[in-house]
Ligand binder design. Sequence first.
Ligand code: Z5A
Ligand code: MG
Length: 237
Amino acid sequence: PAMAGAPRGAFILFEGVDRSGKSTQAARLVEALKAQGTPAELWRFPDRKGTVTGKAIDDYLSAPAPAAAAGAAASAGANAAPGSAAGLSDQAIHLLFSANRWEKSAALVDALRRGVTLVVDRYAYSGAAYTSAKRTPGCGLAWCKAPDAGLPAPDVTLWMALPPEAAAARGGFGQERYENAAFQEQVRAAFASVRDASWVDVDASKGVDEVAAEVLREAVDAVRRCREGQPILALWD
Ligand code: Z5A
Ligand code: MG
């Protein structure tokens, strides 16, 4: 609280495997915070609009998986047209996802300093988890984390814990690149390797209202800590 002006907002992050309810809860949380008088905005990564990198990432993700095997399905399609985002190498798309966050990092810190709490749907943990899950030679966890080191770190990361069976029961996969069960299991394991002190487990298998109540408790706690002067840290430094 040493700084003049309004206390800063909190950076509240949702991470989790597909269909764990991140987007549902992030939207709910923003409304709940606003209703309590806490200025809040919903952000998501990848930011597919309003960034230089967003369009390429969107094209890459909407391309269907090129092969059946988990690793191959997630990786670049050898048959993709040269120069199309769908055919980007694992390294190139990884760096674009990271660049997409760096594009927004100054604005993110600025919003926090203006007192706005940011509720963020996915971030660098997703980046490291999805790419390292591909098991591309040379792209181990350290390589995957490196480009995101130094980004503003979340004040709390809400890990939406959901067993695979429960995730499967929430409906079939679409046609996007990473939407197959085998790859999702590799992603789940990779997330376990990137968890850090900012992480709090939320039981995402409960009903939407129950999950929302647990999420709000954690969020309010983070907002309080930031108001009391908890500094903005750098990720993975
Ligand atoms: N990716 C990457 O590779 N590198 C990066 O750096 C980043 C991302 C940042 C796009 O992400 C892809 O980008 C993603 C990771 C990769 N790959 N995949 N696959 P995305 O965020 O756009 O993915 P998404 O499609 O928005 O969402 P999602 O993660 O699959 O789902 P979710 O947001 O966690 O869940 P939801 O949409 O809130 O809910 C899913 C369904 O469950 C829906 O029908 C809900 O009504 C239902 N639901 C929600 N909550 C409940 C509860 N509590 N009970 C029952 N049913 C529920
Ligand atoms: Mg989502």
